[in-house]
Design a protein around this ligand. Structure first.
Ligand code: BEZ
Length: 247
């Protein structure tokens, strides 16, 4: 999918702020070699490098890597697919924030992560867990079908916690801690919800005429307003899965 990197920075910068908090859990040490898997616009990789780590940031999106390389030209950013990682026992840690739900081949990604780590290396990740964004996807799917006659197909995989920890352990990682928690997330401003759909599901809206597109977004807002609009923001029903594992 094509990423609108400017919209991402302008409207969804909270993802970067949360990634910084996850990086604190990883606690990168000076001199460590760290892989940021799905580095997006590169902000977290750059912050970890500021702490003295040698960071390689990879992302499947050429637009994201172009943005990261332009904004942080001293750092190492590369286009790579999470399901076919090319690294072999070379990282002290693999870090991944808000990315793995995009990777349908979760087992291949886990295999590549395990292979990329040195013995004793750590893996810290957070992404969408079971029923993440369920209200958002249900309302959007209903509006898309009713107004545009299109079937919605989710581009995401939101695993249950025990399934995901088993998948990691099957690849030889030892899960030290795992969490599954609700994280209602404010999408600021009256247009915050539609910005979210336009950013993350653009392919479902592509090719619709302007009036139909507007009707789909307006109907989605109307369906969700009673449940998730409060205090001047839309509250997305995020549910997170966070894991800390070691090789
Ligand atoms: C998430 O971080 O949970 C997420 C972000 C964008 C689209 C879907 C899920």
């Amino acid at each position: 999918m094509h990423w609108d990197t400017q919209r991402y920075l302008d409207r969804h910068g909270f993802i970067i702020e949360r990634g910084q908090a996850l990086a604190d859990l990883l606690a990168p040490q000076a001199g460590e070699r760290i892989l940021d898997l799905g580095c997006g616009t590169g902000d977290i990789a750059a912050a970890m490098a500021e702490r003295g780590a040698q960071v390689v940031g990879v992302d499947a999106s050429p637009a994201m890597i172009a943005n990261a390389s332009e904004r942080f030209p001293r750092h190492d950013f590369r286009v790579a697919d999470a399901a076919t990682l090319p690294f072999e026992a070379e990282f002290d840690a693999v870090f991944s924030h808000a990315v793995l739900h995009w990777v349908a081949r979760a087992e291949d990604a886990a295999r590549g992560i395990a292979r990329a780590l040195k013995p004793g290396g750590r893996f810290i990740a957070e992404f969408g867990g079971h029923r993440n964004c369920e209200a958002l996807e249900t309302a959007f799917a209903d509006a898309l079908k009713r107004i545009a006659g299109r079937d919605y197909r989710s581009p995401w995989t939101f695993p249950r916690l025990p399934d995901y920890t088993a998948l990691l352990e099957n690849q030889g990682l030892v899960v030290r801690a795992a969490w599954y928690f609700d994280l209602p997330t404010p999408l600021k401003g009256e247009d915050g919800l539609r910005q979210w759909f336009v950013q993350f599901l653009p392919h479902h809206l592509d090719g619709l005429d302007a009036a139909t597109r507007e009707a789909v977004l307006a109907a989605t807002e109307a369906a969700l307003k009673p449940a998730i609009w409060r205090d001047g923001a839309w509250w997305a029903d995020y549910r997170r899965l966070r894991v800390a594992a070691e090789k």
